[in-house]
Design a protein around this ligand. Structure first.
Ligand code: NAP
Length: 330
């Protein structure tokens, strides 16, 4: 059986481009004892992938000419392992390729029932729905009456985080790039206000929407926007560091916040988290998300066709080329 896969051929130093990758077809060897072969149904396009392409860090370093790291969902088509049978669905580190092959222990079996498989990377996905839940509810402790700001609001984690805050009774303001995204956030996702960070006077836009300041900031972006919000936090505010996508293209010189003294001045807290540290609570988070889905929680998906589209899809994460959850269907 052939596998079409995306491999790294040049380490990007700035914005990731298609030229940093090659897409190649390879023949797969026969299965070894304990291995399974998985036809990948969807690949998740995640911001952390960018951090693996340079010098390496928390999520490891991609090897040259090796398949690029990515989470996926797929169906077992051949098995030499007792744990997984042909027809089972799995999720895990399938990598950016059309067929994943390896020890069954690499993958986690999922019961998809009548749900679309992509949902296990989106609303029920570890790096999307569960991340939004961990950050907004578990770490941020969102509560009714809070004024909440979410950056990267029209992306995957942001869209879910906004709605979790809204469902909790908070006033929710999203930050995103461009009028199409801000309109989508208010009209389709249903939050209270949205700020276009590419338009002038971003601070003034926030002052108009949150004149009394911000109780909870769910930050996906870092950089200048973090300082802009830090300057407007209220007493006892919580600032949740989910990610800092504005910094991932240059991890050697990450820009820290200049206005971090606001945390001390306003008795506030800055709390970081990584979803993988909450593995024991995934089942509880999932149960709650499923309940909220019955009450309208949604995550629109943008699906790019063919694994050859993966490099451009990764680029879109950094130039703002999608709304909701970005996926590739190999
Ligand atoms: N803590 C954890 O465990 C955990 C787990 C998963 C993800 N994350 C983090 O969550 C964040 C969102 O991830 P995601 O997968 O859901 O991605 P996403 O939000 O779907 O896509 C990234 C978005 O970031 C925005 N963006 C890119 N560069 C920007 C910049 N320089 N300034 C402002 N906005 C920028 C883009 O939207 P615009 O058009 O609005 O610019 C883009 O749509 C990332 O920071 C990621 O690292 C954290």
């Amino acid at each position: 059986m052939d596998n079409r896969r995306v491999v790294l051929v040049e380490r990007p130093t700035g914005l990731v481009e298609a030229s940093h990758f090659a897409v190649e077809t390879v023949e797969l060897p026969a299965l070894e004892e304990g291995q399974v072969r998985v036809e990948v149904s969807h690949v998740s396009v995640d911001a952390f992938i960018r951090t693996t392409l340079g010098g390496g860090g928390f999520h490891g370093q991609a090897g040259m000419r090796e398949p690029v790291m990515a989470l996926g969902v797929g169906k077992v088509v051949e098995s030499a392992a007792a744990e997984l049978a042909v027809g089972d669905w799995i999720t895990g580190a399938t990598m950016a390729q059309s067929v994943a092959q390896g020890p069954a222990a690499m993958f986690q079996k999922i019961e998809i029932g009548n749900q679309p498989p992509s949902m296990f990377l989106g609303l029920l996905g570890v790096t999307t729905g569960l991340t939004a839940y961990a950050g907004m509810v578990r770490v941020g402790g969102v509560k009714a009456g809070d004024t909440v700001v979410v950056s990267g609001a029209a992306g995957a984690v942001g869209t879910v985080a906004c709605q979790l805050a809204k469902h909790s009774g908070a006033k929710v303001i999203g930050i995103a790039g461009g009028p199409e995204k801000t309109k989508w956030l208010t009209d389709t996702i249903g939050i209270d206000g949205a700020i276009d960070y590419k338009a002038p006077d971003v601070g003034g836009q926030l002052d108009a929407l949150a004149p009394d300041g911000v109780d909870l900031y769910f930050d996906n972006v870092g950089g200048e926007l973090l300082d802009m919000v830090l300057d407007r936090i209220r007493m006892e505010a919580r600032v949740v560091l989910c990610g800092a996508i504005s910094q991932y293209n240059n991890m050697e010189e990450v820009r820290g916040p200049k206005l971090y003294l606001r945390i001390a001045e306003r008795n506030a807290q800055m709390l970081g988290f990584t979803v993988f540290h909450y593995e024991k609570e995934y089942a509880a988070f999932t149960k709650q998300i499923l309940e909220w889905m019955d009450n309208g929680l949604q995550l629109p998906e943008q699906i790019e066709e063919g694994i050859d589209a993966f490099p451009n899809a990764l680029n879109k994460m950094f130039v703002g080329g999608h709304m909701g959850k970005l996926l590739v269907k190999p």
